[in-house]
Design a protein around this ligand. Structure first.
Ligand code: ATP
Length: 518
């Protein structure tokens, strides 16, 4: 409001000055003949406009949007900054909540700890894949302790003008201390906290230095806890992660089967759910999904139910929502040529039958209805929670990935661009086998980024050998089970989708002809 008033006054001032200048020049075009007062006025107006323009251009907002306040809105903001989130809203992550209990006790009862000479931990660092609930947990920490919650993102402090980022950091901590107890949450902290090196940029270094200074000094007489979050812990500068600063590193990974069920429970709490929905089954189907993806599935299912004018969300809505999240939006009225449809059907049938025969992941559904950028897809989920994979299982995964292309080659003696994504995944997996898992003839070693250039030729050879041997294996399995492949492809051309039960039926029929693999 105050800002708007200043703008209005300025506008009036500019209009008035324009009239004045016009008036002066039209009376007498020679500026030297104008009166002294007029001259002073003209110069004063021109100079103040010039100063205003330069200041606006070269002095960007010094305080980040999340921490800008004026007096009137301060009270509103303060209310807003107290999140209405508790640990009950965070499903799973029991060990993390337990770890944070200590910090909650400290904030809620600081004197008990201070009497013992204990200092509150300066910073907590959440790291892990995206969408796993890092922000939610930080908010819950503020909710549990009735603290203020100041959200900021590392990128807010990245500026090209030296010193601006550092000023914003100072302003953020000043506000936090003023409103103590406060939880400062800095998302994507790697944007300001990444390792410094010789060609580091001056602005970024100043910002990081300011953050280090604040972390060292802020807990003297106020309660402020800084929670940083990053997807890349390895990028952070050691000065930031050393004891006394962000010294509590908490990994937050994708939820396990139990946690997934709990997350679903949280997100269907206020939704009318049909009895056909079994959350345990849904959590089994969503292995590897993040909490954000699960929340998205519950929301998508609700939207689908509304679209179909249903009174309750049923299992079909959830299944469609999972497919939408995994494979993308279904293409309405696809214009796939018949010839292409045949290729796609054999390609997907190739993945499905080799996956089934090698007992790789559990297949749920095969489809040749285009979704997103894919013309077809095989929906599969691991049948149990796995943390370790054997060498054979990894190779089998590559064989299944290459089975689509192998089927095209065997049936049409031609290969297409349809395998682009499969090849990308297969190469990535083969590179991991060589560089990270030590499962190639290069031996039991991990080759990190610093050494990769010394081994580049050997790595390329090893990756190529793995891919080619897996492709040969895929070709063999397809050739040995060609009738099974053709039957599945025919079914797909006629019906467009196939469930696991239908795949099993065709498999049983072909069983006598199907040769044992391995
Ligand atoms: P990023 O690293 O991308 O910033 P994040 O780890 O901070 O992601 P959040 O923003 O906390 O992830 O989570 C996104 C959404 O996912 C939450 O708002 C919530 O709806 C849901 N969610 C994630 N994890 C959980 C969980 N454990 N319990 C309940 N909901 C969750």
């Amino acid at each position: 409001m105050k800002y708007k008033l200043i703008k209005l006054i300025l506008m009036i001032f500019i209009i008035f000055s324009s009239f004045l200048i016009y008036d002066v020049y039209t009376k007498d075009t020679n500026i030297l003949n104008t009166s002294m007062v007029d001259n002073i006025l003209i110069w004063l107006i021109t100079l103040s406009l010039l100063v205003y323009y330069i200041r606006k251009k070269h002095n960007p907002e010094l305080v980040a949007s999340s921490i800008t306040t004026n007096k009137k809105s301060e009270e509103e903001l303060r209310k807003k900054n107290k999140p209405n989130v508790s640990f009950n809203d965070v499903a799973g992550l029991d060990e993390v909540k337990e770890e944070m209990q200590e910090i909650i006790d400290f904030i809620n009862n600081p004197t008990r700890f201070q009497k013992m000479g204990a200092k509150i931990p300066s910073g907590i660092l959440f790291h892990g894949p995206p969408g796993t609930g890092k922000t939610l947990l930080a908010k819950a920490l503020a909710g549990e302790t009735n603290s203020n919650f100041l959200y900021s993102s590392g990128s807010e402090f990245v500026e090209k003008y030296v010193g601006v980022g550092a000023k914003r950091i100072r302003a953020l901590f000043e506000k936090a201390k003023k409103d103590s107890p406060t939880i400062i949450f800095i998302d994507e902290i790697d944007a300001i906290g990444c390792k410094r090196n010789l060609d580091s940029n001056n602005e970024k270094d100043q910002t990081l230095n300011q953050l280090l200074v604040e972390l060292d000094g802020f807990n003297k007489d106020s309660i402020v806890v800084v929670v940083g979050a990053t997807n890349r812990l390895d990028l952070l500068d050691e000065a930031l992660t050393r004891p006394g600063r962000f010294d509590r590193h908490i990994y937050i990974g994708n939820p396990n089967i139990k946690a997934r069920e709990d997350i679903f429970k949280v997100h269907v709490k206020n939704k009318p759910i049909d009895i056909s929905v079994n959350l345990e089954e849904l959590s089994r189907k969503t292995h590897g999904f993040s909490g954000a993806q699960l929340a998205n599935i519950a929301n998508e299912a609700a939207i689908l139910a509304v679209r179909k004018n249903k009174r309750k969300i049923d299992i079909n809505d959830f299944n469609s929502a999972i497919e939408r999240v995994v494979a993308g939006l279904e293409v309405k009225n696809p214009t796939v040529l018949n010839k292409e449809k045949e290729i796609v059907a054999h390609h997907e049938a190739g993945h499905a039958i080799v996956g089934k025969l090698l007992k790789s992941d559990m297949i749920q559904k095969i489809s040749i209805i285009p979704r997103g950028q894919a013309l077809g897809y095989v929906l599969k989920f691991p049948d149990d929670e796995r943390y370790l994979l054997t060498e054979k299982e990894l190779y089998n995964k590559i064989i299944v990935l290459l089975a689509g292309r192998a089927a095209e080659k065997v049936i049409f003696n031609e290969i297409t661009t349809g395998a682009e994504n499969d090849l990308k995944k297969a190469t990535e997996l083969a590179t991991n086998i060589v560089c990270n898992y030590g499962m190639s003839s290069l031996g039991n070693m991990a080759i990190n980024e610093n050494y990769i250039r010394y081994y580049i030729t050997s790595i390329n050879n090893e990756v190529s050998n793995i891919i080619e041997s897996c492709y040969t294996k895929a070709l063999n399995v397809i050739e040995e089970n060609i009738d099974f492949l053709k039957d599945v492809a025919r079914y797909l051309i006629d019906n467009e989708t196939m469930s696991i039960n239908e795949l099993n039926e065709i498999f049983e029929k072909n069983h006598q002809l199907t040769k044992t693999v391995n």
